[in-house]
Write a protein that binds this ligand. Structure first.
Ligand SMILES: Cc1ncc(C[n+]2csc(CCOP(=O)(O)OP(=O)(O)O)c2C)c(N)n1
Length: 370
């Protein structure tokens, strides 16, 4: 039997602690409590961990007790509001953060190793009270959190992988599924069929895995980690190598995490850049938690940001034509493909075969060729 703390017990303990509202960015290892708070109507998905901490600070300033759920890959995103908002303004937010890459970095994906080894030391250096959740240790940890709260200080409850149980009810539903027959697999396969020598940057999560599964090529940079930065990497590439076509394959959650990059891409005017967003209206890679893209007007967004060409498609019939048009139009192109989530189709990560350093090295080598 697993000795994971049942998700409902964690949620009950957080509620007893006083938590009324929850925000954050999902982590698969917090999928249980995330769904329970969402089902209760108390969860607001945030675009980034920094935004989540600021939302929570706003709730606290407005009289509602708040918690943030996130993973330590997003710790860097929240350091700014932690150091310049929550600490100096003495706002006592509780952060429940999973510890990826800890205690043994070799037991997790390589992109988590540096943050896994340094999360606790960084919190110590910042003077932020924190505690690792140990078996049967939730009560003691929350007693420490209560002491921090009484002193108007934030507290980080650090959750090792696998220490919280899953959600045991029916799986989460993702928006109205109407009007799309596209899937991640179809989109990736049709795109790869049409690539010639373009450099391809693929976002973190299932999209990178799908691309690697479908066709491994040295011209593909599988971006594991650095969520939300695929378009920025693509922009750097496209402007360093105006002679090469560059394609970015992004997720809706990742794109929205650093939406401002869309404006930078458009303003830079890189005509060799095609930015494809695969919109499944959820964070599929961490358990299909809803994102905030449902109801978003993507073409209006792309035009508003200033992309030169904006395309979108939600049906199989026009997929080929849309991709062909995206690849031959003058960039920067924003091409949004609406797909249905397919959480049962999961493939191994690229790093099951190749190291991150090798991915970068062979990509650099092929990028330097003309
Ligand atoms: C900064 C940061 N926060 C959270 C995560 C955890 N995470 C990995 S993949 C993912 C979901 C990405 O969602 P989306 O871009 O919509 O792509 P999808 O998974 O739906 O294909 C999340 C939240 C992360 N890797 N980095």
């Amino acid at each position: 039997m697993s000795d994971a703390l049942p998700a409902a017990e964690l949620v009950a303990a957080l509620r007893a602690f006083g938590v009324q509202r929850v925000t954050g960015v999902p982590c698969g290892h917090l999928a249980g409590p995330w769904t329970l708070f969402d089902r209760a109507g108390d969860l607001m998905p945030a675009a980034s961990e920094g935004a989540a901490l600021a939302i929570a600070a706003g709730w606290e300033l407005g009289g509602a007790q708040a918690a943030v759920l996130c993973q330590n890959s997003g710790f860097g995103n929240l350091v700014n509001p932690l150091t310049s908002l929550v600490l100096p303004y003495r706002i006592p937010v509780l952060v429940v953060m999973t510890l990826r890459g800890w205690p043994d970095p070799s037991g997790d994906e390589p992109q988590h190793a540096v943050m896994g080894a340094s999360s606790r030391a960084l919190l110590t250096e910042l003077g932020v009270a924190h505690e690792v959740l140990r078996p049967n240790g939730l009560g003691a940890a929350l007693a420490d959190a209560a002491r921090a709260r009484a002193e108007d200080r934030p507290f980080f409850l650090l959750v090792p992988r696998g220490s919280i149980g899953p959600y045991l009810g029916a799986p989460p539903t993702v928006g109205p599924m109407a009007s799309t027959e596209l899937t991640r697999a179809k989109v990736v396969s049709e795109l790869l069929d049409r690539l010639t020598g373009q450099l391809l940057v693929t976002t973190t999560g299932y999209l990178s895995r799908q691309v690697h599964h479908e066709r491994d090529r040295p011209e593909t940079l599988y971006m594991q980690g650095s969520m939300g930065h695929a378009a920025a990497i693509g922009l750097g590439l496209a402007t360093a190598r105006p002679d090469r076509g560059v394609v970015v394959l992004d997720g809706d959650g990742a794109f929205m995490m650093h939406l401002g990059t869309g404006s930078t891409v458009a303003a830079a005017g890189a005509d060799n850049l095609v930015h494809i967003v695969v919109d499944n209206r959820c964070y599929e890679s961490t358990g299909c938690q809803r994102s905030t893209s449902d109801g978003m007007d993507w073409p209006a967004l792309g035009i508003g940001l200033g992309y030169r060409t904006v395309l979108s498609c939600a049906d199989e019939r026009s997929l080929a034509e849309t991709l062909e048009s995206a690849l031959k139009s003058s960039g920067p192109v924003l091409c949004v493909l609406r797909v249905a989530p397919t959480p049962d189709e999961v493939h191994p990560r690229a790093t099951a075969d190749i190291g991150l350093d090798v991915i970068a090295e062979r990509f650099r080598a092929t990028g330097l060729q003309s």
